[in-house]
Structures are given as C-alpha cells and as structure tokens.
Design a protein around this ligand. Structure first.
Ligand code: EPU
Length: 423
C-alpha cells in the first residue's frame, strides 16, 4: 500500500487548481442511468470513488469510457440489462446507494447491497427507504441487499427530516426516482448542499422538471423521457477548503483557483473571525496567514450552508496550530473523530467529550508514523504533517486517493516537502 512522507516546516506559496466535486460527480454518474442516450460528464478527476462508480455502472451493463487526461467520462446506459449493484463494489463506497433511485426511475426495479456502517459512524439508510416507499416502491431487505420494485411509480409528498437534519444522498435518491414518477413529488426537509443543486441542474438539462433545488422544499414533476447530455461538474468545495486550510496552517499566502466562492462562506467566515486574511475573487480565493496570530475557535458542523462535516478533521488540524482552547462539535456524524488518536500521537492535546472535541492548541507537533482511517481524516493528517517537526509517514493513503486527486503533487507545487512512497 502506498504511503505519504511529509517533512514539516516549509511554508507554501503560489496557486493550486481545484478539480471537479467528487460528491457531485457520483450522483450525476448514477443519474446517467436515466438517459435514453449517452451522457458526457466533464471535470471529473480520476479518483478511486469515481472509478468504483464506473465499475458499478459497467456491472449493470452500461458502456463507460474515461479520458483521464481530460477528466471526461462517457456513459452509454442504453445497454443496461442488470439491476443489481453487488456487495463487492458497494462496500467500497457508500455513495453507491444512489444508483437505487435511477434504477427504480428507469426500470421500476433495482437491487443494491445494504451499505452497512463505516468508520465515520453507523450511517443508516432509513430515509432513503422511507422516501422511496412514499413513491409507491416496495422495499425488502434480503440477504444483505435492498430489493426495490414498483410497477406504478407515483409522486407524493416526502418528508426527509431525520435525527441529524436531512440527508444528502437520500434527497438525491428520491429526486432520481421522482423525475420519472407519475405526477408531482415534493421533498420536504430536503438537503440543500450545492452538490444536489448540481445534480438537479444535470437532470434539468436531461429534460427533468425540478423547482427549488437548494431549498428545503423541492418540487419535481415527473416526465416520461430523459435524454443524455453533455455536462460539466462543479468544483469541489471540500478539496478547496482543504487547500485553504493548508495555507492557514502553514502560515502561508496561497491562491486557490477554480472555486465557487459562495460554497465556501462558512469556512471563510470562521477563518476570518480567527484572524486569517481571506480575499475572494469571482473564481479564486487567496488565503494569507503570514501574520501567524490567530484566535481559537468554537465551531459546530451543520448541514449546508453551515460548516461542513467534511472539513471538520482538517479544521481540527488548524486549531492545533492556534494558541488557546478551540472546540468542535460534530452534529452530522457524532463518531467522526478517528483522527484524534493519530493527531495526539503527534503530541497534539485533544480530548473528546461525547461529540465535542476540545483542542488545546499552540504546542509544536512532532512528526510520527500515522495510520489514515478515512478520507477526510487522512487529509487532516497531511495538514498536521506539514507543520510537524521532522518526518511524518501516513499509511493507508488509499483513503486519501478516494477523494483528493494527486494531493502530494498539488502540495509539492506549492513548495511542500511531500512524496508518495509506492508499495
Ligand atoms: N442519516 C440517517 N438516515 C438516513 C441517511 C442519513 O439518519 O437514511 C443521517 C446520517 O447518519 C448522518 C446524517 O443523516 O447523521 C447526514 O448524512 P447524509 O445522509 O447527509 O450523508 P450521505 O448523504 O451518506 C454525503 C457525502 C458525505 C458527507 C455527507 C454530509 C457523498 C457521496 N457523501 O453522505 O461525504 O459527509 O453527505 O454532508 O455525497 C466525504 O466526502 O468524505 C463524505 C463522507
């Protein structure tokens, strides 16, 4: 397994370009199933999660090609002749669950392996099941698989409010079925994440009728046919946020290019409050942390437009670098704290009270051999490695490769001392 070796203590400079959003690309790739003709999806980096989604589409019978030089994927769904997403692929990536909605929308049936829990928490799928049932889909769990079928997909009012707010992929799944249902579907307490707006824009380009995506109440009028289209995915706000935090933690001045600034309000607001200088232009952000004098922070992760759980671990790395006591409360995935033990191995001082992490920041970090536990935790360990004294080696970086394209090359282009050590 590949590892990353980081030598800490170098400040960064220059500009880095952000790739397309993984969490927009995955449901959009699933949505290509709905087309009566091939779709071309642009600005999709060759991440392992993207490749897993393509393997699932191929296992269903779709014909896919990936021009990895240019980040362009073509999916021809007209050859789909199998309706089961197998365990071996679904277990690699929970995002696989979003093929269920389009399989039901297009074929009236679909079987997807039950994804189960993962390292960031239990991750139930009750809202997906509840929403699809409301559209007159019968759902059974058999031998670890969700079997869904209907011969009369009908629109309905669906309430998706869960214990932790709404659900991003449940909203996607219901949208992906409802675009082909008879009549009108209203998703109440829908998730508002930008990736869902991008999915809705893709579906609308195919011919779907969707109003108010990005708001808590989405209205969908079902249509009979959807065509394949040529579509470009939005930039990845979480990748962008990670590089903003790389600039902040290393006390550098760095420009992050190809972003949508509105998607980064929560992060930029909190960093500005801490004392980091943030300058936004139409599609770039410059972070200037060279003053080095910052206030500790108290943040809570929330659904969009609140502070994203997918930047919680990376923000924690920044907090370690700030003198004083910072606090993070995790409201989306209360168990998403596997990075704490590894950060403490670097001499950080972080304790956990239920879903609240207390970070005593300001003491130097010491490089160490580390184990990555999940995608965003891995990014946090890389950021910590950038400021640690000496060498940090991060093992199991296949987690990082799920969601960051060539992170070590991008950081090296900014001046970081980081290299991939092949297996
Ligand atoms: N939840 C339920 N029931 C459900 C579904 C979710 O109780 O049926 C709960 C979850 O347990 C969690 C909360 O609702 O407490 C929100 O989870 P959500 O369903 O929104 O998460 P998701 O849709 O499975 C997506 C992203 C995650 C991101 C979350 C939250 C994709 C492929 N995944 O997951 O991304 O953390 O939304 O924003 O879009 C990542 O990229 O590292 C990642 C984990």
């Amino acid at each position: 397994m590949d590892r990353l070796r980081v030598i800490g203590g170098t400040s960064l400079t220059g500009a880095v370009r952000i790739d397309g959003a993984k969490n927009a690309a995955l449901p959009i790739l699933a949505a290509t199933i709905l087309g009566d003709s091939p779709s071309i999806i642009r600005n999709v980096p060759p991440l392992s999660d993207v490749k897993t989604m393509l393997s699932i589409l191929e296992s269903l019978g779709a014909v896919c090609s990936f021009d990895m030089e240019n980040n362009v994927i073509t999916v021809d769904p007209t050859t789909i002749n199998n309706y089961t997403a197998p365990y071996d692929l679904v277990r690699k990536m929970r995002g696989s669950i979003c093929v269920l909605g389009p399989l039901i929308g297009k074929f009236g049936k679909g079987t997807v392996s039950f994804p189960g829990g993962c390292v960031i928490g239990q991750r139930p799928i009750d809202l997906h099941l509840k929403g699809l049932r409301a559209l007159n889909v019968s759902m059974n769990i058999n031998h670890g698989y969700i079997e869904a079928s209907t011969d009369d997909l009908r629109g309905n009012v669906v309430f998706l409010g869960g214990r932790f707010g709404s659900s991003v992929l449940a909203t996607a799944n219901i949208m992906l079925a409802a675009v082909k249902a008879k009549g009108t579907t209203v998703i109440e307490s829908a998730a508002c994440e930008p990736e869902l707006v991008d999915l809705a824009n893709f579906l609308k380009a195919m011919g779907a009728k969707i109003d108010h995506a990005g708001a808590h109440s989405i209205t969908i009028e079902g249509v009979q046919n959807l065509d394949g289209v040529d579509y470009t995915v939005i930039p990845d706000r979480i990748e962008a946020g990670t590089y903003i935090l790389a600039g902040a933690i290393t006390r550098s001045k760095v420009t992050i290019e190809n972003i949508i600034k509105e998607h980064l309000w929560a992060l930029n607001d909190i960093l500005t409050h801490s004392g980091v200088l943030i300058e936004t232009k139409d599609n770039s952000i410059t972070v200037d942390a060279r003053s080095g004098i910052f206030k500790p922070l108290d943040i809570t992760t929330l659904p969009y437009p609140g502070f994203p759980t997918d930047l919680q671990a990376q923000m924690m790395a920044f907090m370690i670098s700030v003198k004083g006591i910072s606090v993070i409360t995790e409201k989306i995935f209360p168990d998403r704290f596997m990075h704490i033990a590894e950060l403490n191995r670097m001499a950080a001082d972080i304790s956990l009270e239920h879903a609240t992490a207390i970070i005593k920041g300001g003491t130097p970090l010491s490089g160490a051999p580390l184990m990555a536990s999940d995608l965003r935790a891995s990014a946090a360990l890389v950021l910590a490695g950038l400021i640690a004294q000496g060498e940090t080696v991060i093992n199991r970086i296949y987690h990082l490769d799920r969601g960051y394209y060539k992170m070590e090359e991008k950081l090296r282009s900014l001046g970081a001392q980081i290299e991939r050590i092949p297996e």
